[in-house]
Design a protein around this ligand. Structure first.
Ligand SMILES: Cc1ncc(COP(=O)(O)O)c(C=O)c1O
Length: 405
């Protein structure tokens, strides 16, 4: 028989190499919001706008422009940077509608590889936090970067941010290195720098000429406030940085499978931004040619109408508040049980995920004996908790911690 032309492709082992948080059998472990009934949630405002779109006979399925729906792009960047952003007023903000936050990271990475710090400079170091969302590494590697490094972020003993480690990695990084920063709700640790710590980070990055590439996948979801969750990005802009910000609307609109993202580009001046966008247009053309419209229409319509915008903020707050409630309920149960250790980190962390501090053996016990699924790192999706299973989960954590060292 003739040799198979695809025979060289090895089968990837099940689980994480597929690029998602997988259960041992390879099925996805949903990094998504769930209601107190454990169900996916279609935001009421999304349902309403979907019906408006379906009833609007002026809409059709023509191709969108390569860079995407103009009203989506402008409104998406506006919520990242704020209504009164000096950069928007000075006309030095551009955007590219992308396929989710992942697509925005990828288009940004492809651009940087081609045109940042020289021409096709694949040697520019790219720094990713330890730990981080695992796709950060792969996206930048696949874009051609050869020197992906890690920076200190999580202090396991303290169960908090390792600020000194982080700042010292920045001090040592070569000039013009790229740093991927989680805008809010750091995945997987749920631990963000405070505003004062962000100021220290920005000061070092400015002095050392490091490039901030923000990943904003959870705006509104972390604190319930869009403005609070965008504080870091806006501060960096106010400090005069040129930066990229990959925005995802998967979580805060619950539009996971519609692939709605935006890459916000803040440049030195209008001319710079136009040149960057013209190159990004070329990259998009050979990547997905032009983006899909449904999700972008939903987001654009919602953001453009003051009334729908308010409804959306209410929906986002519903999700954020449920997560915050589950955090405080879990912590108080563990404290009431007298579970060894401190549990304040559960309520201090924000966003969808929590680093419980359980070690791999304790995690194995949770999975095998209790059928509670969490990552080997001890990361749980807070949305898996409901009023019905809180007691069971707390008791199981208690058992894991007391029985297994
Ligand atoms: C930190 C981070 N960045 C990016 C993404 C990707 O978002 P999207 O599904 O919009 O591509 C995620 C999703 O889990 C994430 O956690």
């Amino acid at each position: 028989t003739a040799a198979s032309p695809t025979a060289a492709a090895p089968r990837t082992p099940p689980g994480s190499p597929r690029g998602w948080d997988g259960r041992p059998d390879g099925s996805p472990f949903p990094a998504a919001y769930r209601t107190d009934e454990g169900q996916p949630w279609v935001l009421p405002v999304v349902k309403k706008v979907e019906q408006m779109i379906a009833n609007d006979n002026s809409l059709n399925h023509e191709y969108l422009p390569i860079l995407g729906l103009p009203e989506f792009r402008a409104n998406a960047s506006r919520i990242a940077l704020g209504d009164d952003s000096p950069a928007i007023k000075e006309n030095r903000v551009g955007s590219v509608q992308c396929l989710g936050g992942t697509g925005a990271l990828r288009i940004g990475a492809d651009f940087l590889r081609r045109w940042y710090n020289g021409n096709n400079n694949t040697a520019t170091p790219v720094y990713v936090s330890t730990p981080s969302w695992e796709n950060h590494n792969s996206v930048f590697m696949d874009a051609g970067f050869k020197d992906i490094r890690t920076y200190h972020y999580w202090d396991a003993a303290k169960r908090g941010l390792d600020l000194q480690g982080l700042l010292s990695d920045m001090e040592k990084a070569p000039e013009f290195s790229i740093f991927i920063l989680h805008a809010c709700a750091h995945n997987p640790t749920g631990t963000d720098p405070t505003p004062d710590q962000w100021k220290q980070i920005a000061a070092v990055m400015k002095r050392r000429s490091l490039f901030p590439f923000f990943d904003s996948a959870y705006q509104g979801f972390a604190s319930g406030s869009l403005d609070k969750d965008a504080w870091a990005v806006r501060y960096f802009v106010s400090e005069g940085f040129e930066l990229f910000c990959a925005q995802s609307f998967s979580k805060n609109f619950g539009l996971y499978n519609e692939r709605v993202g935006n890459l916000t580009v803040v440049g030195k001046d209008a001319d710079n931004v136009q040149r960057v966008l013209s190159q990004m247009e070329k990259i998009v053309r050979t990547t997905w040619s032009n983006p899909p419209s449904q999700g972008a229409r939903i987001v654009a319509t919602t953001l453009a109408s003051p009334q729908l915008f308010d409804e959306w903020k209410g929906n986002v707050k519903t999700m954020a508040d449920r997560v915050l409630l589950m955090r405080s309920e879990l912590r108080s149960r563990l404290e009431a049980l007298g579970t060894p250790g401190t549990w304040n980190h559960i309520t201090e962390q924000i966003g969808m995920f929590s680093f419980t501090g359980l070690n791999p053996k304790q995690v194995e016990y949770m999975v095998k004996e209790k059928h509670i699924y969490l990552m080997a790192s001890g990361r749980i999706n807070m949305c898996g908790l409901t009023t019905k299973n809180l007691d069971y989960v707390a008791k199981s954590i208690h058992e894991a911690v007391t029985k297994i060292q």
